[in-house]
Design a protein around this ligand. Structure first.
Ligand code: UGA
Length: 466
């Protein structure tokens, strides 16, 4: 039988908020702390602030009950057995992670430590952060026996964060003390002993009580490296398939067939082999840079990561050339753009390859009519609408009278668009697909000159044009 644990989660961003409501869903009592009073008020009122499946329903179920929101870190620390630090670790100019928010939180926690507590790194942090947190707490006069610092990295993806949290491939706990490890094991017991999956109305996912997820116990440093190494490896997989896609383009091969052939090897696996205009988001670009910076600092040659970044940046430039060669010249062209978010199923535009493409195209003198199912509000804040950039009500309106239509984000709903209707809306039937959303033959049958990534271009036959 799992027991209820008093938890504080510091930071109510993607990781913090999801962790807070999911710990409540697992039966724990949670105080979620944020230093922004407006955010706290919004969360107390039931506004989940981010576009994330299952988050509104869990927030509704637990807010002001099993999860309370506050700006008072001191009070939250005083009553918690475990304090999860889930604040931002932005990228500094040199690529390494800026840990000043983590440090500030550690110092504040130190001021309120009056009995044994476990402090948990949940934010993505470089190796050795654990030791720095410990040192700053000790520097603030706290006895070493009063606390332990553990690393418990998060592997959730935006868009499926809640089900990733409750149905994790693995739970990694990096702890150098038995006592701290026991607290973390107790927190995750509802998942690891399977009892959560026996309850009614749970968030559905791949695990069940007969097959619960594994918990991997490691040293703190190993856990810190697991997080960075996992993200860097996934980014590497994407850059690898993008480089293969470029080779396919040069040889008239089809990257989709190549990826399928590679992915059937169980040692390689089919996931993260989708080529496109490169990876983006708040994690991969920042984490690859931070991991490279850690290796540099430690005197380890990890030039492979520099190549991963280089291929990723080149992918955008190649796409721009593809648009140019489909249209001959760019200046003065009207383009319809589908997708602004960094990937489908999210409203997040941080480090979005699509936003970068839009900026590049505007810089080339194009005018753009863009549509994204969820990311337009955030886009408007960084790219305000004006003469050259408009936001459309739907995909068909974005295509209206455009010289070509570009797909920049893999929103699943784009794959079900009516190609005939799009073609009629466009001035010229040109579709440049940066996310390989359509089968080339299908797009050509619908009358399109279709260009995608790593697959031969497809053109309509005379009958199809008619
Ligand atoms: C990523 C990881 O997948 C999570 O495991 C991790 O916890 C998270 O970062 C984090 O560190 O917080 P996320 O950033 O939500 O999650 O997005 P992904 O689904 O991994 O996609 C990242 C980028 O790669 C997107 O721009 C996506 O379009 C691109 N991508 C992904 C490809 O271009 N090809 C693929 O095959 C897969």
């Amino acid at each position: 039988m799992s027991s209820t644990i008093e938890i504080a989660v510091v930071g109510s961003g993607y990781v913090g908020l999801v962790a807070a409501v999911c710990f409540a869903e697992m039966g724990h009592q949670v105080t979620c702390v944020d230093n922004d009073p407006r955010k706290v008020a919004a969360l107390q009122g039931g506004d989940s602030l981010i576009h994330e499946e299952h988050l509104p329903e869990l927030l509704q179920r637990y807010r002001n009950g099993r999860v309370t929101f506050t700006t008072n870190l001191g009070e939250a620390t005083a009553k918690a057995q475990a304090i999860f630090i889930a604040v931002g670790t932005p990228q500094s100019d040199t690529g390494h992670a800026d840990l000043s928010y983590v440090e500030a939180v550690a110092c504040e926690i130190a001021r309120h430590l009056d009995n044994y507590k476990v402090i948990v790194e949940k934010s993505t942090v470089p190796v050795y952060t654990n030791e720095w947190i410990r040192r700053s707490i000790e520097r603030n006069g706290v006895d070493r026996k009063m606390f332990d610092v553990v690393s418990n990295p998060e592997f959730l993806r935006e868009g499926s964060a809640v089900s990733d949290f409750l149905h994790p491939d693995r739970i990694v706990v990096g702890a150098d003390s038995e006592r701290a490890a026991e607290v973390l094991k107790a927190i995750y017991a509802p998942l690891t002993d399977g009892s959560y999956y026996d309850q009614q109305g749970i968030i559905p996912g791949r695990f069940s009580s007969s097959e619960p997820p594994p918990l991997l116990l490691t040293s703190t440093k190993s856990a810190e490296i697991i997080k960075h190494a996992s993200n860097a490896f996934l980014a590497l997989k994407i850059s690898f398939i993008n480089a293969v896609a470029n080779l396919c383009e040069a040889t008239d091969a089809n990257v989709q067939q190549v990826a399928q052939g590679m992915g059937l090897d169980s040692r390689i696996g089919p996931k993260f082999l989708r080529p496109g205009i490169g990876y983006g988001g708040s994690c991969f670009p920042k984490d690859v840079a931070a991991f490279r910076s850690v290796a540099d600092q430690m005197g380890v040659d990890f030039a492979l990561l520099t190549e991963v970044e280089k291929i990723n940046a080149t992918q955008r430039k190649r796409f721009l050339s593809k648009v140019r060669s489909a249209l001959w010249t760019l200046r003065g062209k009207r383009l319809g753009v589908l997708g602004l978010a960094f990937k489908g199923d999210t409203d997040d535009i941080r480090d979005s390859p699509a936003i970068e493409m839009v900026k590049m195209l505007l810089g080339e003198g194009c005018s753009i009519n863009a549509f994204d199912p969820a990311g337009m509000e955030r886009s408007e804040a960084v790219l305000p609408a004006g003469d050259k950039l408009k936001y459309a009500a739907d995909a068909y309106a974005a295509a209206e009278d455009a010289d070509a239509l570009l797909i920049l984000t893999d929103w699943p709903e784009f794959a079900t668009l009516n190609l005939g209707k799009l073609r009629t809306a466009l001035r010229y039937p040109i579709l440049v697909d940066g996310r390989n959303m359509f089968e080339p033959a299908v797009a050509a049958q619908a009358g399109f000159n279709y260009y995608s990534v790593g697959r031969p271009a497809a053109h309509p036959t005379r009958d199809e044009v008619a």
